[in-house]
Design a protein around this ligand. Structure first.
Ligand SMILES: Nc1ncnc2c1ncn2[C@@H]1O[C@H](COP(=O)(O)OP(=O)(O)OP(=O)(O)O)[C@@H](O)[C@H]1O
Length: 408
C-alpha cells in the first residue's frame, strides 16, 4: 500500500530533544532567564549610580554648609580665602526651575558672572564688611571675572526656598537704574546668599554722617539724591503694587553711591510678609489697595526719616532720641531753623526750600500710615522744590551777570 509522503513523515520516529519541564526547552529557559536578569542588572546599576550621586551631593552640601558656618567665627580676614576648596564640579545653574538650583548659584544679571560657580565664590578672597540686622556682608574679589562683589549672607530666615526663588524671579523683572540689581543668589534650607556689585563709594549713611569736611555734601547734592530716590521708589511701588512687594527695610545704609556717584537703592523687597500665601492670592486691585497703607506706607515713613537725616545731619537714634519725634517737637515749638544741619545753613542754602523739604519729610513720618503721602506724591513734591531751586539759580546767575555787566 502506498503511503503519502506526508503520512510517512508523520509516522517517522521523532528524534528532536524532548522538552523536560512541562513542555519548555532549555533554550527557552535560557531566553526567559535573560529577559529577567538583564533588566535586573540594569536596574541595579542605575540604583548604584543614583546612590553614589546622592552621596556625593550630600557630602558636597555638608562641606559647603560647614564652610559657611565657619564664617561666623571670622571677624575680618583681609585677602584670605575664607573657604577652602569645595571638591565639586557642579555646573552653574541659571535656571531657577531646575532641581539643582538649591545647591547652585543662580545668576540673574551679570554677563561676567555666567561662568561663575558657587564654589568659585566660596574660594575667592573675602573680607567681612559689616553685620546688619539680617545677616553679614562680605566683600569678595573674583579675580577671574574681574569683579568685586558684596555678598550678603542671611541666616535663620524662615522662608522656603520656593518662596525665596519666586521673589527673586519677580524682582529681577523690575528694573530701575537707581535700584541695585541682585547679580546672583544661592538658596538652601539653611543659607541664603545674595550677590551684589560692591559699591566702593559707600553708602548715603556714610556720606551724611562722615566726620570732617562736609562742604562737598551741599544742598544741591542732597536735593538731587532725595529726588532720585523718591522717583526710583515711586516706580518700584507702582510696578510691584499687585505683588505687594515694598522695599521693607529702607534706610540710609541701604542706599549706595554707584561709580557715577548716583544714588542706588539696595536690598529692595527682601522683607517677607508673615503669610506668604497672601502674596500670591491678593493680586486683585481692591485687596492690594486695602493693604497698601500698611505695606507701602512703611517705605514712605522710612523715606521721610532719610530726608530728615539729610536735612538735620543727625543719625536716626542719637542718645536714645528718635529723630522723627525730635524734629516734630522742635518744629511744633517753632524753632524750625534749629533742626537744620549747620553745614547747610553755613553754605547759605535757601531756608524757604529747606522748610518746604522739611514739610514733605514731616508728612512722610506721620504716625497713621493713611495720613502719609504715596511715594508718587512725595516724588512730585520734591521735584517741585527742585524746579523752584533751578529757577532761583537761573535768577541769581542772571542778576550776577547783570551786576558784572553794570560794573563794567
Ligand atoms: N553692595 C554693597 N557694597 C558695599 N558695601 C555694602 C554693600 N551692601 C552692604 N554693604 C555694607 O555692608 C555693611 C553691612 O550691611 P547690611 O546690609 O548687612 O547692614 P545694614 O544695612 O545695617 O542692616 P540690614 O541687615 O538691616 O540691611 C554696611 O556697612 C553696608 O554699608
Amino acid at each position: 500500500m502506498k503511503r503519502s509522503i506526508l503520512s510517512a513523515l508523520e509516522s517517522e520516529p521523532d528524534f528532536s530533544p524532548k522538552p523536560q519541564n512541562g513542555g519548555v526547552s532549555s533554550n527557552q529557559i535560557l531566553m526567559y532567564a535573560g529577559y529577567i536578569l538583564i533588566p535586573l542588572a540594569i536596574f541595579l546599576i542605575i540604583l548604584l549610580w543614583l546612590y553614589k550621586r546622592i552621596k556625593t551631593r550630600k557630602q558636597k552640601l555638608d562641606s559647603t554648609n560647614n564652610k559657611l558656618a565657619s564664617l561666623d567665627h571670622d571677624s575680618k580676614m583681609d585677602n584670605k580665602r575664607i573657604f577652602s576648596t569645595v571638591e565639586s564640579k557642579g555646573k552653574i545653574d541659571t535656571s531657577a526651575e531646575s532641581g539643582l538650583v538649591s545647591s547652585s548659584l543662580v545668576v540673574l544679571t551679570s554677563p561676567e558672572m555666567t561662568r561663575m560657580r558657587f564654589e568659585d565664590l566660596l574660594k575667592s578672597p573675602a573680607e567681612l564688611v559689616g553685620r546688619g540686622q539680617h545677616g553679614s556682608v562680605y566683600k569678595v574679589v573674583c579675580e577671574e571675572q574681574r569683579m568685586v562683589l558684596a555678598v550678603k549672607r542671611i541666616k535663620d530666615w524662615q522662608i522656603s526656598s520656593d518662596v525665596f526663588r519666586q521673589r527673586m524671579r519677580r524682582l529681577n523683572q523690575v528694573k530701575h537704574v537707581n535700584v541695585m540689581p541682585t547679580i546672583a543668589y544661592y538658596s538652601s534650607s539653611q543659607e541664603k546668599l545674595l550677590v551684589y556689585e560692591y559699591q566702593k563709594n559707600g553708602s548715603l549713611f556714610r556720606l551724611i554722617h562722615a566726620n570732617g569736611n562736609q562742604t562737598t555734601f551741599d544742598w544741591n547734592i542732597r536735593l538731587s539724591i532725595a529726588a532720585t530716590i523718591a522717583n526710583a521708589l515711586s516706580f518700584m511701588h507702582e510696578q510691584l503694587l499687585y505683588d505687594r512687594i515694598p522695599h521693607g527695610n529702607l534706610k540710609s545704609s541701604n542706599i549706595f553711591l554707584n561709580k557715577n556717584m548716583e544714588p542706588c537703592i539696595s536690598e529692595y523687597g527682601l522683607i517677607f510678609e508673615d503669610n506668604q500665601q497672601s502674596i500670591i492670592a491678593n493680586s486683585v486691585l481692591q485687596e492690594a489697595q486695602e493693604n497698601y497703607h500698611s505695606l507701602f506706607k512703611a517705605d514712605t515713613y522710612a523715606f521721610g526719616v532719610i530726608l530728615l537725616e539729610m536735612l538735620t545731619g543727625r543719625t536716626v537714634l542719637k542718645d536714645g532720641l528718635d529723630l522723627a519725634s525730635w524734629v516734630v517737637t522742635v518744629v511744633r515749638e517753632e524753632w524750625t531753623v534749629e533742626v537744620f544741619d549747620k553745614n547747610l545753613v553755613r553754605q547759605g542754602a535757601s531756608e524757604e526750600r529747606m522748610v518746604n523739604m522739611l514739610q514733605v519729610a514731616i508728612r512722610c513720618v506721620n504716625k497713621p500710615p493713611e495720613a502719609r503721602p504715596s511715594m508718587k506724591e512725595v516724588a512730585s513734591a520734591i521735584s517741585a522744590i527742585r524746579e523752584d531751586d533751578d529757577r532761583s539759580i537761573d535768577v541769581s546767575e542772571l542778576s550776577s551777570m547783570t551786576r558784572s555787566f553794570v560794573d563794567v
